[in-house]
Each structure stands twice: as C-alpha cells, then as structure tokens.
Design a protein around this ligand. Structure first.
Ligand SMILES: Nc1nc2c(c(=O)[nH]1)N[C@H]1C(S)=C(S)[C@@H](COP(=O)(O)OP(=O)(O)OC[C@H]3O[C@@H](n4cnc5c(=O)[nH]c(N)nc54)[C@H](O)[C@@H]3O)O[C@H]1N2
Ligand SMILES: Nc1nc2c(c(=O)[nH]1)N[C@H]1C(S)=C(S)[C@@H](COP(=O)(O)OP(=O)(O)OC[C@H]3O[C@@H](n4cnc5c(=O)[nH]c(N)nc54)[C@H](O)[C@@H]3O)O[C@H]1N2
Ligand code: SF4
Ligand SMILES: [Mo]
Length: 761
C-alpha cells in the first residue's frame, strides 16, 4: 500500500470524533495529516466540520500509539510478543475459562467508538466462540433507557426514531447542547438557520445557559435532575387543554386514555415549582409544541444521565407522540438501517439477564455500571475473562475505583486499542490495531431519515508498526479457538470465479451448516475478501448486508438512485458502497414508511407503559434530594470546544481549557473564596479531584460543571507521564444509576468544594 504515502494530496475520509462522522478531506504528507477541510461530496455533512476535526493529526500521531502485541509480566511491566504467541495464548485461556466456568464467565466490552464499527460483526463472531452474550458498551451508559422505551412503544428495542430537525417548525432540545456536542447534522449551521428564520421556533430545556440556549426562543432553566417534573407538567397542560392530536391518536395508537388519566392527575403548579420553571413558561411551551405544524424533539445526556433517566425518555416520547409528530416531515420518524446499531432483548426471559445482578439486557447490551459487581464477587458465575476493544472503561465508565479493583481480579483481560490506555495498562495482553486512517473503516451510525447514508472509508496510510486490523485479530482468534476451519477452499474458488458462483456456494454452505451463520463475517472476510479491490477484504461482509437490505427495501434503495432487478440491485448497492469514497445514500424513505417499521403486530404505537406510569405517579414534588454534606450538583461530563471523549490522548491538541476547568457561578465562587484561574478540591461521597476554577455566570447557583475526556496520563517532553485535568469518574459511584437501564447519574453528582493552594494542586 505504499502508493498511499502521498505528498500533498487531498484524500477523502471522515471525522472519527463524534457520531456525526462528517466527511472530511485530508492533506497527507508522509505519515502526517497536514491540513483538514470539510468534504463537500459527503451526502450528509456536505462540507461541514467543526474545530475538533482540524486537529486529527493528534489522534493519528502521538507518543502512546501501540506498535506491537504486549504481554504483561509478573512485575506489571510489558514485553513484546509475536502475534502467533498472543493469539495462541489468548485463545487457549479463553477456551480454558469457557470450558471450566461456562461462557457466562466471559464478557466483551466496546467493539467500536465514535468512528470505528467495521469490526463489530467480527467481535460478535468472537462472542459466539466465547459462548457468551455478555456485551457491555458506552451505548448502555446513555441510550438504553430510550431503547427500552422504544421497545415498548414500537415493538422492538431497535425501532429507533430520529428527529427531523431540518424540517421542523418547532424544535425542542432537552438536555443537549448541539452547538458543542453536535448530534444533529451540521449543528451550528442548522441552529443558526432556525434562529434566523422567523417562522421557526426553538425550545431548550437545560439548567445551564448554553450556546444553544442563547439561540433559543424559549429557554427553560430546569433545576438539575428535575426534568421529569417539567416534562410531565408540559404534557399535563397539553391534555388538560385538549391539545392532543385526537385523530392521530385514535388511528395509530393504543393506551392513550390510561396515559391521559395519569397526566390529568399531575399537579401542574407544584411540578413546575419543583422544576424551578415559571408556570407561564410551562403553558407557553405546551402551546408552542402542540400548536406547531411540526415539532421534532431531540434529547441527549442531560436527561439520559440524570435522575429518572428512563422516565424522562418516556415523557419526551409522549411529547412528540400525543401531538402527532410522528411519520411526518419535521417530526420524529423511525428510519431504515443498513446495519442496525443494536439488537432487541426480549423482556422477562431469564436467559437475557446478567449472571450476578440478574440485570436485564436491553438491545443486547448490559450497562457498564454493573460490570465491576459482575466481576468483584464470589458468585460462581462471576465474570472471569474480559475482552475490551475501542474503549477505555477505567477512565470513561462510572466509578474508576470499582473498575480498578474489579479488573485486578480478572483471570484474563485482553485490550485491543490503538493507544496505551489506562485500561490497557491493567491488561494481561494488549493487542495493537492500526489507526482509523490506516485501515478500512465505517460506522453504523446510519440513523438518518428520510435519506440515510453509509460511508465506507478507505485508508490514508499504511498500518503503523506490527499492528493488525481488528477483523484479522478476531478471525485469527476465532480460528485458533477451533470455531471455524482456517480455509474454505470451495468458497474461495467460487469467489475467484464470479460473485454469482460465490453467492450460490455461500448459500449452500449456510444451508448445510446453519451453525456457521454467526461466523459469516469471518467466512466472507477469508473467502470473498481477498477478491475485493484495494485490500478492502474487511468490508466483505457488507456484500451480504447490501443484498439483505436491497431484498428487504428495494423501493427505498431505488429511490436512492441505485438500479438493477433482483440480485443486481443488491450487487449494485454493494459496488456503490465499495467505490464511493465520500459515502453513499443507500435508502430514501417516504415519511409514511415510518409506520411500516413498527414491530407491534397491530401496527400501532402502544402509548401505555405501566412501569413508567407508576414512576410518574411516584414523583413527589414536595421531596428534593438531601444535599447537606455535598451542597453542589456537579455535571460530571460537559461537552466543550476541546474535549472529544478519550480519543485524543496528547493534551497538546487543545487550544483552550488545558485543565478542563470547573465552571461555577460568581456568587458561589465568592462565598467559597474561589477565584477565577485558582484551584479547588472537588469531593463527592466516592472520591475527590483537584480542579482549576473558572467563574462563569452561564451556570446557575448551586450547580458546577466539569468536562469529561480529561484525567488521562501522557508523557511530557522528559518522558515522565503526568495527568491532564480532573479524572471525573473518581467522583462517580457505580450504584448511582437508573433502575431500568442502569445508566449513570453523571449529571447529578452531589459534591462539596474548597479552595486549595496551587502548590497542593
Ligand atoms: N465537543 C464534544 N462533542 C461531543 C463529545 C465530546 O466529547 N466533545 N462527545 C460525543 C458523545 S459520546 C455524546 S454522547 C454527545 C453528548 O452530547 P450532549 O448530551 O449534548 O452533551 P453534554 O454536554 O454532556 O450534555 C448536554 C447538556 O445537558 C445539560 N444538563 C445537565 N444537567 C441537566 C439536567 O438535569 N436537565 C437537563 N435538561 N439538562 C441537563 C448540560 O448543561 C448540557 O448542556 O456528545 C458528542 N459530541
Ligand atoms: N463522568 C462521565 N463519564 C463519561 C461521560 C460523561 O459525560 N461523564 N461520557 C460518556 C460517553 S457518552 C461515552 S460515549 C464514553 C466514551 O468512552 P469509551 O467508550 O471508553 O470510548 P472513547 O473515549 O470514545 O475512546 C475509545 C478508545 O478507542 C480507542 N481507539 C480509537 N481508534 C481505535 C481503533 O481504530 N481501534 C481500536 N481498537 N481502538 C481505537 C481510543 O484510543 C480509546 O482508548 O464516555 C463516557 N464517560
Ligand atoms: S461535528 Fe465535529 S467532531 Fe463531530 S464528526 Fe463533525 S467535525 Fe467531527
Ligand atoms: Mo456518548
């Protein structure tokens, strides 16, 4: 691939820092990414990018890149080993644990971050060989409450509604700051468009006066953690004033009467007061939402990672559903997926719960908040072996202390990463992967509607050092574990002959040996893979994916401009995915098609969720959390201009906010004797961190905020490793989580603060 080592050429790829994955073009010189600009040919981002993407060379080239498989010695140091040794030893230890303690003793974490999901299906093959379902990921510390609600409303947890912000008259942002975090297409551009258009309105529900809130027509400064009260009050006003969409409700839903009765019991004034919002503003919001020709509701961590998380997400769904803003332009719509991001876990089955806590899977995932207690126990089915890929849970998941303690008890910890992370440092084996610009990659964030796109990215550089792409690592492990033969000569031969011959041979194999279906990605990689151009073998499974999708949704594929009859439509879709360097629209839906994505047998939306209505009944406006010892509410994890999860390790990528300062209201700072630029100790019931102070009136009294994505170790010019900024998950506790989804209460961490001298800091 030395032809990739070009000088001064602009090459298309995508930004890997958030789920938008904006198309970018990179000027490449040697192994450096020298300049970066938006790619106008990308079908969704059309040239947009934000300031974080400009710095991607700090991800590509830094001191912590891994270049060789490593094995930990007794004394904790690492030695370089060959891939053959690594694969055979790991496979043997996985088999040993599996066969002695059962597949349930093994677990898997991650499998893809903000930019890399192409290895996902291969990771699934490894889980099949491990005979485990235990699958933890960052999604299950934010989105699973919503998935659970969607499962009840629409029939399956992977019925995923997406908000059509582009066409909405009124947009409601709850607990999200898209100006910084994005989450919606070309956020800054779109937010300005809404702000400047007199016929459109924006409502923001956020305790902080964020950049997004500054652009809003109505900013409801809810008290931290009190969203359930506010959302219930808004819904109550809508039904009290009979502003619900009567015809939509009777034609398309069930259970409304029960929901309505519960909402009518909501004491609007008391709930508004508890939420800290003027009653008039509650009425105004209800009128704006119910009176709009169309309304899209977009939510994120501000309500997902706070008190009443799953209830909040249910109430936000009712907001667009009872007002009839579903399956229409400017509403929330179910969308197609070329590759679904998650699956569906049946409720009430004892096979779909964790071994120790009995915690139910949602969307096939378990919440990271329970993992330490699944390991650190005497339970006979405790987790003993763990494979982590593309995640740094020791820094990023709630309760670092519990994680470190639990990980020390593992019989086997394998980490696959591009960098020496805090989690990798605890591993028995560390397996190095090429960066996302050194291999074929893609994400499965294909969540758009009506036009949905997929971007298969071609590598810009040769792989660094002795790294192997994840698909190769997983294929070798699965083969070494004896789950699959190393060769399928007949398939390989058919692949060399023609795609049609291959299709027939592949179908014949799966018909004869259906048990191989879970290993299909590996089989395709080994057989069809070598026939694909430009070493794109790891994308081979997309051939089967494209065919399945075209069979299921031929009209949507044709509307996206792909042609061909029968199998040729799938074949052409695959070719388009493989050859389009800037991404391709794979489906264009009609708005009414949202109805066909509902999975309830009656085709209706089931509005009544008894557990949620009970949680609503139990909301007590007279009761507030006890805050005597820890009087401040810390938002542990704010998105800012210069944080991007833990994807950048070199702190020099930041242009501002080098320490990730704690924002505090001027009067609170004054009362505590904290000064702007000074230092403070921030202490929760679980731990304490030292923070830089930034006095800011964008936060309310009693609330303070810290960014996430700090607190990692990185070597300075003298080679000594030091920490940048506060490691906020030293403050969080695993047990502070939502009862339904297990998502953490990161936006509601009671803390106390005290000034300290710089020397101490
Ligand atoms: N710059 C940047 N962008 C990112 C990322 C990054 O690291 N940096 N990470 C990406 C990832 S992984 C994700 S999941 C998204 C998350 O994106 P967001 O959820 O939009 O980001 P946050 O800043 O964590 O939280 C959003 C808002 O919740 C508000 N909030 C806090 N407490 C409450 C509350 O009690 N109620 C309400 N209603 N709001 C509250 C905060 O003030 C904040 O403005 O961002 C993505 N984009
Ligand atoms: N307190 C608190 N904690 C938080 C948050 C918060 O707001 N507050 N935010 C949470 C959220 S929403 C999220 S999504 C998580 C994110 O946390 P994680 O899921 O742990 O993921 P990332 O920080 O995105 O980084 C993933 C890892 O992927 C590695 N990586 C990058 N490219 C590749 C690759 O090509 N292959 C492999 N194998 N590895 C690669 C990086 O080096 C890094 O170690 O953090 C969560 N943690
Ligand atoms: S919004 Fe910014 S961080 Fe997110 S993908 Fe686009 S350029 Fe990257
Ligand atoms: Mo996230």
């Amino acid at each position: 691939m030395s032809s990739l080592e070009k000088t001064g050429e602009w090459l298309p790829t995508a930004c890997i820092l958030c789920s938008r994955n904006c198309g970018i073009e990179v000027e490449v010189r040697g192994r450096e990414m020298t300049r970066i600009r938006g790619d106008k040919a990308h079908p969704i981002s059309t040239g947009y990018l934000c300031q974080k993407a400009q710095r991607l060379n700090y991800y590509q080239n830094h001191a912590d890149r891994l270049t060789s498989p490593l094995r930990r010695r007794e004394d904790g140091s690492f030695e370089e080993i060959s891939w053959e040794t690594a694969v055979s030893e790991i496979a043997a230890r996985l088999l040993d644990l599996r066969d002695r303690f059962g597949g349930r003793s093994l677990a898997y974490f991650g499998g893809g971050g903000q930019g890399n999901h192409l290895a996902g299906p291969y990771g699934k093959a490894l889980r099949t060989a491990m005979r485990t379902r235990n699958y933890y990921s960052a999604l299950a510390q934010e989105k699973t409450g919503g998935f659970w609600v969607d499962g009840r409303l629409f029939g399956k947890q992977n019925c995923h509604p997406t908000e059509d912000v582009d066409h909405a008259e009124v947009v409601v942002f709850i607990g999200t700051n898209p100006w910084q975090s994005h989450g919606i297409r070309n956020a800054r551009q779109v937010l300005r468009e809404i702000h400047n258009d007199p016929s459109r309105r924006m409502i923001v529900i956020d305790p902080r006066r964020t950049e997004t809130a500054e652009l809003a027509d109505l900013h409801l400064e809810v008290k931290p953690g009190a969203d359930a009260f506010l959302l219930a009050a808004i819904l109550a006003v809508i039904v009290r004033e009979r502003r619900e969409a009567t015809e939509f409700i009777s034609n398309h839903t069930t259970g409304f009467e029960t929901v309505r009765e519960e909402l009518l019991k909501v004491p609007v004034e008391a709930f508004a007061a508890r939420a800290g919002v003027a009653v008039d503003d509650v009425y105004l919001a209800a009128q704006m939402i119910a009176g709009a020709a169309s309304c899209a509701v977009r939510t994120d961590l501000g309500i997902e990672q706070s008190l009443n998380s799953t209830l909040n997400l249910y109430l936000r769904s009712l907001m667009y559903l009872i007002t009839g803003n579903f399956a229409k332009p400017g509403g929330n719509n179910l969308h197609t997926s070329l590759i679904p991001l998650i699956g569906h876990s049946p409720e009430g089955s004892n096979r779909h719960v964790s071994a120790v806590n009995g915690f139910p899977f949602i969307g096939n995932l378990l919440p990271p908040n329970i993992l330490p207690s699944e390991i650190d126990t005497d339970h006979e089915e405790r987790t003993r072996g763990l494979v982590v890929d593309s995640a740094n849970p020791v820094v990023t998941m709630a309760d670092t202390k519990a994680y470190r303690k639990a990980f020390a008890k593992l019989d086997l910890l394998v980490v696959i990463d591009v960098a020496m992370t805090e989690t990798a440092e605890l591993a028995h084996y560390v397996l190095p992967a090429p960066s996302q610009f050194e291999k074929w990659e893609a994400t499965f964030f294909n969540l758009e509607f009506p036009a949905n796109a997929f971007h298969l990215r071609k590598p810009l550089f040769e792989p660094m050092g002795n790294t192997l792409p994840e698909p190769e690592i997983y294929a070798r492990l699965v083969e070494q574990m004896g789950a699959l033969p190393k060769e399928f000569p007949e398939l390989a031969e058919a692949a060399r002959a023609s795609r049609l011959a291959f299709a027939m041979a592949f179908q014949k194999l799966l018909a004869e040996k259906p048990e191989l279906a879970d290993y299909a990605p590996v089989i395709l990689y080994r057989t069809l893979g070598p026939t694909l151009p430009e070493d794109a073998g790891s994308a081979a499974f997309l051939w089967a994916t494209a065919h399945q999708f075209a069979r299921k949704s031929p009209d949507a594929v044709r509307r996206a401009g792909h042609t061909g009859d029968g199998v040729m439509l799938g074949e052409n879709l695959f070719e388009a995915i493989l050859s389009s360097r800037s991404g391709v629209v794979f489906s264009v839906s009609e708005y009414e098609e949202s109805w066909s994505f509902i999975k309830h047998a009656d085709g209706r939306i089931h509005l009544e969720i008894p557990e949620m209505l009970r949680a609503l009944r139990e909301l007590d406006p007279a009761h507030s959390p006890e805050l005597t010892d820890y009087p401040f509410i810390l938002v542990a994890g704010e998105r800012r201009s210069y944080n991007a999860n833990t994807i950048y390790r070199d702190p020099n990528w930041r242009k501002t906010d080098p320490d990730g300062a704690l924002k505090i209201h001027p009067e609170d700072a004054l009362a505590l004797g904290l000064i702007d630029g000074g230092w403070a100790r921030c202490e929760s019931k679980r731990g304490s961190v030292v923070v830089r102070v930034e006095v800011s009136d964008s936060v309310g009294r009693g609330q303070v905020t810290l960014p996430h994505g700090y607190g990692m170790m990185y070597p300075g010019s003298d080679g000594k490793r030091s920490r940048t900024g506060a490691h906020i998950n030293e403050l969080t506790a695993a047990e502070d989580r939502d009862p339904v989804a297990g998502t953490p209460y990161h936006k509601f961490i009671p803390v106390r603060l005290a000034p300290i001298e710089h020397a101490q800091a």
